[in-house]
Unconditional design. Structure first.
Length: 273
């Protein structure tokens, strides 16, 4: 070790900062001549809960779809654990993309399939496990989310809250490192929304996943986020911790707080951590 490195250690300085778990650099996506994502920079630490807010049509769903590989990026990079998904060769790309899981808006369960088949679907698609092994893993995951004996039911036979947990179980099937949620509270009443917020934080705590949540629920974002990003016209316009955001004045974030009719400072003050 060099003298300067030793001195830095003695002074408690980190010589190399811990790399971000998810690092997005200058990511763009155009549909034809329509530039939807116009240079996204995003850095999220391992186990963090990041919330992206933004108006409809801002490109939020597109961002998640590009991250999980449902839609190819036009340019830029997506590094997970330091490896770039965008420039990776097909085999490595598929491996890296499996590190992302997604809970779709309204859970997006297939009504014609049983709960068990819905949850087991990622294993059928991505593994060579037998039917029996898949059924066992499905039951295990469902039990972790406090769902018992629902495998043979159809999604329409479940309550909204149960469907959310089934959608979450499916997203967790391949043990993702980064779990993304597209507007998980949309269409839910305020009480159910708070339960989903708790489920997101609980899932992070139990499974150690890095979480990326798309939301237009400002109160929920201020309550659960470690960091909030505001997406505006395909770019991340404002970012900060909930506390930092409420203290900023004259930014788009304030317009969002005002428009949602919440007392942002009070919500932040009520946070447990
Ligand atoms: N597959 C697609 N083909 C063409 N345009 C698309 C496609 N998906 C999304 N878009 C366009 O991208 C823009 C952003 O859409 P989206 O990401 O769904 O926004 P948000 O989720 O923020 O409401 C919209 O203008 C939409 O029309
Ligand atoms: Mg959307």
């Amino acid at each position: 070790m060099s003298d300067s490195a030793a001195a830095a250690l003695l002074e408690g300085e980190a010589t190399t900062p811990a790399p971000a778990h998810l690092l997005v650099r200058q990511l763009t996506k155009s549909f034809g001549s329509n530039p939807v994502l116009r240079g996204i920079d995003l850095e999220i630490g391992r186990g963090e809960v990041a919330v992206i807010i933004g108006g409809s049509g801002a490109g939020k769903t597109t961002l998640l779809k590009v991250l999980i590989g449902l839609v190819p990026a036009t340019s830029g990079s997506i590094l997970i654990g330091g490896q770039d998904v965008v420039s990776a060769r097909p085999r490595l790309k598929r491996q890296l993309q499996k590190k992302f899981g997604m809970v779709f808006q309204y859970s997006a369960l297939l009504d014609s399939m049983t709960v068990g088949d819905n949850v087991g679907f990622p294993l059928v698609e991505h593994t060579k496990l037998s039917r029996k092994e898949i059924a066992e893993r499905v039951t295990e995951k469902l039990a972790l989310l406090d769902l018992h004996g629902v495998e043979r039911l159809y999604p329409s036979e479940l309550s909204g809250g149960m469907r959310k947990r089934v959608g979450l179980a499916r997203a967790l099937m391949l043990d993702p490192e980064v779990l993304m949620y597209d507007e998980p509270t949309s269409g839910l009443d305020p009480l159910s929304s708070r339960l989903v917020d708790e489920l997101i934080v609980d899932t992070r705590d139990r499974f150690g996943v890095t979480s990326l949540i798309i939301s237009h629920d400002m109160a929920g974002a201020l309550k659960i986020a470690d960091r909030i990003f505001l997406l505006h016209r395909g770019q991340l316009a404002v970012q900060g911790t909930p506390r930092e955001l409420t203290r900023m004045t004259g930014t788009l974030a304030n317009d969002f707080f005002t428009a949602s009719g919440i007392d942002a400072e009070r919500v932040v003050a009520s946070r447990k951590r």
